[in-house]
Structures are given as structure tokens and as C-alpha cells.
Design a protein around this ligand. Sequence first.
Ligand code: AMP
Ligand code: ZN
Length: 458
Amino acid sequence: MVTLMELRLYDTLSREKRVFTPIDPAMVRMYVCGPTVYDYAHIGNARPVIVFDVLFRLLRHLYGEAHVKYVRNITDVDDKINARAAERGIDIRQLTEETYKNFKEDVAALGCLPPTVEPRATEHIEEMKAIIERLIKSGHAYVAEDNVLFNVPSMSDYGQLSKRPMDEMIAGARVEVAPYKKDAQDFVLWKPSKPGEPGWPSPGGIKTPGRPGWHIECSAMSWKHLGETFDIHGGGIDLVFPHHENEIAQSRCAFHQDVMANYWMHNGFLQVEGEKMSKSLGNFITIRDVLKDWPGEVARFNMLKTHYRQPIDWTVKGLEEAWKTLDDWYWIANDAPGATISAPVLEALCDDLNTHQVITALHGLRNRIQAGEDKLRGEFAGTLRALGFLRESAKDWASRRQVASGVDAAKVEGLIAARKAARASKDFKESDRIRDELAAMGVVLKDSKEGTTWEIAR
Ligand code: AMP
Ligand code: ZN
């Protein structure tokens, strides 16, 4: 194991940056809420995936690869899934399988490692029912018209995570008005399935088949794979209330524990070109759309330029800059072997994943290499790889850049040959003119003893 650098993480529950101390350093345990699989994931969904991938990589570096368990669930039972499958006239399982496969491909292209376990909600119905039975038994939940509801007033310290004023929480909860609720804040653990909807034998002595509410899924899957209490729970800031608040209520009350997770981490929201992303505004971008135009590493870099707790504005300009920087870094790293993380980068990561500072540190390393400290090249390349970059050879990256630039390679080769001929016949005016023409196309020539090579200007 490497010497431990002190890791500090911002915890939403305590509202402070705290030193991270795992319950068991031999197995650090992290749960992150994953996608509801009904359609292509959008670029906002990519943010938690990338952010917690960086944390996963950091934890593996600090505690050892075999000593970190990262669980990211798949929600494969949901109203949106039922509706979409019906709309497309396909089986629910077919829809969720297809969407999950696309999601896995998308996030792999963004340089994210697969989590240790990717549990599916539909494969954890028994665990959900077991938690629900416990909650009913201990008076935290009740059956009403074939629903099981969590009784919020039964938990004396409900609401610690979101710290929302009570009237706001009630207003939020009142969106789902139901006459059978004992309290306006009570939320669904289990509900009856309508004909045609997926259903399972119900808990609580309910005779008709039913299906789980969303919040109970994560309590069940985190319990099954990480235990009653674990280290880190993550997701987007929108999940703080009600999703995470309710997960805490369910898990703590079912297992009689003071905490569900010791650190609650939330990424800020992503907007597009200064506007909230939405289908109606026509600025809704899927990860797939982004990957059509930009290498996955460019998208990853663009995401990490902003600290994860800040809101991020996703722009084409940002992507262009990210690509330029990565072009330069590929060229500087030049396929040097290396696997270590440079100390200033590690320090920045350990400060609540300060990826903005990480990039500053990498620019610093880059400049020192450029100034002649060649021995730093391996450390530079190794750090980039550890962060999920440099997944291609420098040559492949450059040729991809060439393709993306739209420059006609055959035309360039022709001009280079013409320039060579002009130089051979000492027509330097013509050879200079050709060089200028190529420069105007964004092509830089490199003359050496072996001949002339070219690349797209960085
Ligand atoms: P959903 O499929 O809506 O449950 O979202 C999956 C994950 O993506 C959750 O962690 C959300 O918080 C996160 N998420 C959704 N939209 C955005 C966004 N615009 N910016 C950042 N994170 C988001
Ligand atoms: Zn969840």
C-alpha cells in the first residue's frame, strides 16, 4: 500500500470538508445512484459518473485496487420505463437491456472504469421487501390501500441531510396527494401494480402484486452489497431531497443505525451554453451526441475542468479548449511509460477532488518538461493515465485529430510533394508559397533528415 496522504471530502450531511476515515481500510465502500435505463443518458448524467470515477480511482490508489468496493445501481423498474416500452411496443426487459448496454458503452468511452458491482433493482426485490417488513414491524411504515408508506413523523430526526424547512418539505411531498397518507410527507415504499405493469408478490400481507418505490431500491442494493453502514454515498445535488433523505430514513430505521453513510457527496448541476438543459429548449444533449463530435477524453477533460461541487456550463468553446490542451499533452507525454501519480496532483485530488487544481498542476509539469526536464515525462504520462486519459497512442490521437480537422490528407501529401520538387529545382519562392498555403489549412510541416512529416497545428 502507498503511504496514505490525508484525503478530505466535503460531506453534505455535516456541511463541512472532513478528513476521510474509512470504516475498514481493507475495504472502502462507496455507493452512487446510477441511471434509470429507459433512454440514452444525457451529458448531465455523465457528470456523477465521471466525478465518482475519479474518486474511485483515487481511493484505489490510496487503499489498493482490491480494497475498494464501488457499487453503482441500475434502476430498471420505473414509470418512465413502463411508458417508454409501451410507446415503442417492446418488452420492458428488452428496453432496459438495450439502454443499459448503451450506457455502459457511453461511459466506457468517457474513460470511466466499471464499478465493482452494478446491481439491478429488479434483482433485489427480496431485499426491498425484507426492509419494508422490518419498517412495518418497527412502526415506521404502514399499509394503506395496497400501498406501503413510510411514516415520516415516526423518525424524530428526519430531514438532516437536506435541512429543508418543514413547510417546504411538506409542500414538496404534497405533489403526490393521497387521501390514505397519515402525514403529507409520508412516501411510498411499495405500490400496487396496474395491469400490464411489472409486479411481484407484495410485502405487508397485501394480496395484490406490487412494485417498489424508487427510494427503497437504493436502500436495498446498498445494504446487500455494502452493509447497513458504509463509507461514501454519492449522486447529483438534485438527489439530496427527497431521494437521499428518504434512503437515509429507510436504512437507518430498518437497521437501527445512527448513520447510513459517513460521507454524502453531491455533484453540482450541468447546464448547456448557459441554459438549463431540456427537451423543450432543444438543447438536450445525450452522451452519444457528444461522442459523435468529440473524443471521449475531451468530454471527460471538459467535465473535470470545473470542481465537482460547482455548477458547470457545458459549451462547445470549452470542448474546443479541452481538445487543444489534450493535443498538447499527448504530444508532451509522447507515449512515455509511467504509472505513478505526481505529488502535487495527488495533493489536489486529496483536497475534495480539486480537479481544477489538478489541471493547474499538470500544466506546471508540462511546462517543466517543455523547459528541458525530460525525466518528468513518465510521471506526467503516468498521472494522465491514472486519471483516465492517454488511452490512445500519441500517433493514433494525432491521426484522429487529423480526421476530425477535415483536412484532406491526399491534398496535403500532394502539396508536400510539389514543395519538395520546387525545393529540388531551387524555386524557393514556390516552396514558401506552398508552405504558407498548408499553414492556412492548419497544417504544420516538420522537416528532418528522413523527410517531411506533417500534423494539424495545435
Ligand atoms: P436520473 O437518471 O435522472 O436519476 O439521474 C442519474 C444521475 O444523474 C443522478 O445522480 C442525477 O443527480 C444526475 N444528473 C441528472 N441531471 C443532471 C445534470 N443536469 N447535471 C448534473 N447531474 C445530473
Ligand atoms: Zn439512490
